[in-house]
Structures are given as structure tokens and as C-alpha cells.
Design a protein around this ligand. Structure first.
Ligand code: AMP
Length: 280
């Protein structure tokens, strides 16, 4: 694995590979890697592309400074995992490399409605930060394909819109959510759960599965109440338990037969915020 800290050096290295006909796949991450991240890399490799991974904890996408301060960092273990998984190139830039003239000087994007619901509503400014950093990293890496996880469903839609807004030809590949044995979606934030919190965190996925299974059997309002009651009884604090159209995240009050939908949950366990979703 070739490691770069400097954006000009990696850009030059990848230019050479591209001129030799190589196709580049890109997996941007914030580190604290787990099998969810590695699954994106594996998909990239299975597609036959040169795999480029980045690790950068982007300060501009954290609306809550304490969330940024507590974000887990494990660069040595991350590098070992990437080498083991056969990653070709790693970009490990500093804030100054990503934002040489400060983040205020970087292009910023307005994602409209997408930024007003769910994660956009709960975390003001989050998607602007995500759009800014992904746009910057894409300009450096210039991949043919970009690999992201369905775990962050709304983020995938934001990035798809970013690619559209910038007239990009990069293909976005959305990869399935990798889960622990009890269904909990793998997440870097899971490391911050205490043992008792970890023992109940699987309830989020149980709720998503029940929303999916009860489609057509009863009203969403009823399942919604059951889920919120169950979560609260176990000590999870739901922020939203919602149903939306899968195509554009229009909020739904009830199941819409014949329409692809997505159920989305955000909940707090102590000071750890977890999100997950399921398609139906
Ligand atoms: P993060 O490091 O949290 O910014 O995530 C980097 C990429 O990994 C994003 O595209 C995420 O959607 C994806 N990802 C995170 N967790 C999972 C998971 N459990 N399964 C699949 N992809 C994931």
C-alpha cells in the first residue's frame, strides 16, 4: 500500500496510473475502520479498480464539537486492516492539506430539501460539510467510481446530488450495510458504547425489520409507536423513526403500496448517536 499525506503527490501518482489506462476506485472514510469500510474496499477490488482509500476526520461536518473531539482515531490499526484487505493507495491528509486556504474558502453546496430532513434537520450544516470535503477529495483523487455505504442512506443521496450538480461522470456505487450478529449496523461510533449500551443497541435494527415486516399489515403510525415505546423502554432515546420514499426522501405518514420506501432511525444511547435504515 502506497501512503500519501500530500494531495499534490497523490494526484500526480494517480495521474500516471490513469494515463497507463488504470481505473481508479475511491473509498473515503473517517477512519476507525471496521468491516463495513472494508466491504467497500473489497467491492472496489472485485470491480477490478485500483483501490484508493482516504482517512480524514473532517471537522466541517461535525455540527457538535464534542462529537468531533470524541471521534475515535486508530490510524495504526486502520493501516494494518487496509494492508490486510489489499488496499492499493491510502491518502492520510492533514486539515491544512484538505483546506489550504481555510474551509471558508472552499466551494459550498446547497442540497435543498435533502438538507432539511432527517440528518439535515438534526445536524445543521452537516451535509454542507460532507459535500465540501467529498468534492475536494474527488478533485484530488479523480476516481472513476466512488464507493459509499447504504448505512448512510441520506449521505448517498446528497453525494449523488453533488455529482449531478458538478456535472461529474464519477459513478456512485452504494454498498449494503454490514452488521454485527445482533443486527447492529457497524459504525465507528459503536466503539464508544458501554457493554450494557452495546447489549441493547441491536433494538434499532429489530425496529427497522419490524417496520419492513409490517408493511401491508397495519398502519405505520402503529408500528412507529411500538418502535418508539420499545426503544424508550430499553433506554434508547429516539430522534426519529420515519418512513420516506426511497427515491427522494419525501416523508410518508403511512406505507405507500407499490412505492420503494426507506425506513430511517436515529437514536441516542447515552451520548452516542446511532443511525440506521432499511429499504422496503
Ligand atoms: P465513515 O468513516 O463513517 O465516514 O464511513 C465511510 C464510508 O463507509 C461511508 O460511505 C459509510 O456509509 C460507509 N460505512 C460505514 N459503516 C458501514 C457499514 N456498516 N456497512 C457498509 N458501509 C458502511
Amino acid at each position: 500500500m502506497v501512503i500519501f499525506k500530500n494531495v499534490h503527490d497523490i494526484a500526480l501518482y494517480l495521474d500516471n496510473l490513469r494515463s497507463e489506462g488504470a481505473r481508479i476506485g475511491f473509498v473515503p472514510t473517517m477512519g476507525a475502520l471496521h468491516h463495513g469500510h472494508i466491504s467497500l474496499l473489497e467491492r472496489c477490488k472485485a470491480d477490478g479498480l485500483i483501490s484508493v482509500c482516504s482517512i480524514f476526520v473532517n471537522p466541517t461536518q461535525f455540527n457538535d464539537p464534542s462529537d468531533f473531539d470524541k471521534y475515535p482515531i486508530s490510524t495504526d490499526a486502520d493501516m494494518a486492516m487496509l494492508i490486510e484487505a489489499g488496499c492499493d493507495v491510502l491518502l492520510l491528509p492533514s486539515v491544512a492539506e484538505v483546506y489550504p486556504h481555510g474551509s471558508g474558502a472552499m466551494q459550498s453546496f446547497d442540497f435543498g430539501y435533502l438538507d432539511t430532513v432527517f440528518e439535515g434537520a438534526q445536524r445543521p450544516g452537516h451535509f454542507r460539510g460532507v459535500g465540501q470535503v467529498v468534492n475536494r477529495l474527488l478533485q484530488v483523487v479523480q476516481p472513476h467510481m466512488l464507493y459509499m455505504g447504504q448505512k448512510d442512506y441520506q449521505q448517498c443521496m446528497v453525494i449523488s446530488k453533488l455529482l449531478q450538480m458538478t456535472g461529474s461522470t464519477i459513478e456512485l456505487v452504494i454498498c449494503p450495510t454490514i452488521r454485527e450478529a445482533d443486527g447492529l449496523a457497524m459504525s465507528s461510533r459503536n466503539r464508544r458504547l458501554t457493554e450494557p449500551q452495546r447489549a441493547i443497541a441491536g433494538i434499532i435494527y429489530q425496529c427497522l425489520v419490524s417496520i419492513q415486516a409490517k408493511n401491508g399489515d397495519c398502519s405505520f403510525a402503529r408500528v412507529h409507536k411500538e418502535c418508539e415505546d420499545l426503544m424508550m423502554a430499553k433506554g434508547l432515546v429516539p430522534e426519529y423513526v420515519s418512513l420516506a420514499t426511497a427515491a427522494d426522501l419525501t416523508l410518508l405518514q403511512d406505507y405507500l403500496p407499490g412505492t420503494p420506501m426507506v425506513a430511517l432511525i436515529a437514536a441516542r444511547l447515552g451520548d452516542v448517536r446511532l443511525i440506521d435504515n432499511i429499504l422496503l
